[in-house]
Design a protein around this ligand. Structure first.
Ligand SMILES: NC(=O)c1ccc[n+]([C@@H]2O[C@H](COP(=O)([O-])OP(=O)(O)OC[C@H]3O[C@@H](n4cnc5c(N)ncnc54)[C@H](O)[C@@H]3O)[C@@H](O)[C@H]2O)c1
Length: 365
């Protein structure tokens, strides 16, 4: 019999609906492990970091937290952000602290159209639309470079500088990642997104690196599209998309647009990868802490469960990842939907339906 594998996972539910959706993701992964016939299991360690931790300790995470996380196989993250902490403090204190220090430079955000979920796009069809946003996750507009000064000159005189950082190495590694990903997909195409007409330094460097890297992948079709035009293309011609690679800010915005087109922010999955595996990678839904619905038990867990599927892929458990995705599809196709996608089911009901669909797929296999 093959060796039993134990995956050590750090779970960080953090704030708001993060707590509900991470619990759902854990439930689905544990159900899968139970059905694995002893092939693998998950060993969970939950960390209480987030805005409540901040209220008590004045920091978003244990100052030694990165050291503690270093030895895990992966991190399952919920969402960060609550009214007691300014958003830029909570984001930089926890989520960006992890993604930046663990060099999770590739952020993968698939846009998937699910059966039974009505898209605001009139012509959307889940059999044809399926693309992935690849987000540069370590520099660009979120490099954290800049400062504020001159407030001493009195009201109305303060200045702020927020600089973007584009390095040739940073551009090249994410663009190559996008091309390699395109080679694994039915449609081999990479769309590069910048705003290089207006941002003539960093984004022109990105365009030049894109052209250079593209020459190494003659079998992959390419296009370079400005971000404003790409926003329109997401809506008017999404069937032309396969892999969309963009800088930190542009891809962050485009992936929210993509998930809204698929029906809801609550559906969107994401993986923050350290492809060299020097550090653990982090898997999380794209959405935030959703304070408007937090605590009601009605959040959509699908984005987190689909992120758990990306984690399975990262562990090489590809068949299991496809089973989780199929269980999500069976759930929505059967009309089990949360309120954000037009249904009435709550978080637990959807999670149970996914677990049941997983069990069914085992008996019918
Ligand atoms: N990765 C992160 O941790 C992350 C990402 C984005 C925003 N945030 C933070 O989250 C807080 C709220 O931000 P926001 O309102 O701009 O974005 P949000 O994603 O939390 O919510 C936007 C809208 O989507 C809905 N929504 C989000 N997740 C859902 C789910 N699982 N099921 C059903 N509906 C869902 C919300 O109810 C809300 O109407 C802020 O503090 C922000 O800084 C964190």
């Amino acid at each position: 019999m093959a060796e039993h594998q134990v995956f050590k996972i750090a779970s960080i539910p953090a704030d708001g609906v993060g707590k509900e959706v991470v619990a759902a993701g854990r439930k689905v992964l544990d159900a899968l492990a139970e059905q694995s016939n002893g092939k693998f299991s998950f060993e969970w360690t939950e960390f209480p970091w987030g805005s409540e931790y901040y209220a008590e300790h004045g920091v978003m995470m244990d100052p030694n937290g990165l050291e503690e996380l270093k030895n895990f196989d992966a991190i399952l993250f919920g969402a960060v952000g609550w009214e007691n902490v300014p958003d830029h403090v909570s984001l930089w204190g926890l989520r960006l602290n992890i993604t930046q220090n663990f060099d999770q430079w590739a952020n993968i955000r698939p846009v998937r159209f699910l059966p039974g979920v009505v898209s605001p796009l009139r012509t959307a069809d889940d059999t044809e639309l399926d693309w992935v946003v690849v987000r540069e996750n370590s520099e660009g507009e979120y490099a954290g470079l800049g400062g504020r000064n001159l407030s001493g000159r009195g009201p109305g005189n303060e200045v702020a500088i927020q600089s973007s950082l584009f390095t040739e190495k940073g551009c090249e590694r994410i663009i190559r990642f996008a091309f390699d990903l395109a080679r694994t997909r039915a449609v081999r195409k990479v769309s590069s997104v910048t705003k290089s007409n207006a941002q003539q330094y960093g984004m022109v460097l990105w365009d030049e690196v894109f052209a250079r890297v593209a020459a190494d992948y003659p079998d992959v079709a390419t296009e370079s599209v400005l971000v404003d035009a790409m926003s329109a293309k997401f809506i008017l011609h999404p069937e032309e998309l396969s892999v969309v690679v963009a800088s930190n800010l542009n891809a962050d915005i485009l992936s929210d647009l993509g998930s809204a087109l698929a029906g809801s922010l609550g559906l969107a999955a994401s993986a923050n990868l350290n492809p060299e595996r020097r550090f653990p990678s982090m898997f999380e839904p794209v959405h935030g802490s959703a304070p408007d619905i937090a605590g009601k038990g009605i959040s959509n867990p699908i984005g987190t469960v689909a992120s758990a599927a990306l984690m399975l892929d990262h562990f090489g458990l590809h068949a299991e990842a496809r089973r989780v995705e199929a269980a999500i599809e069976a759930t929505t196709a059967a009309g089990h939907l949360t309120r954000d996608i037009g249904g009435t089911a709550d978080t637990n009901e959807i999670t149970e339906a996914i677990v049941e669909a997983l069990a069914k797929s085992l008996t019918s296999a």
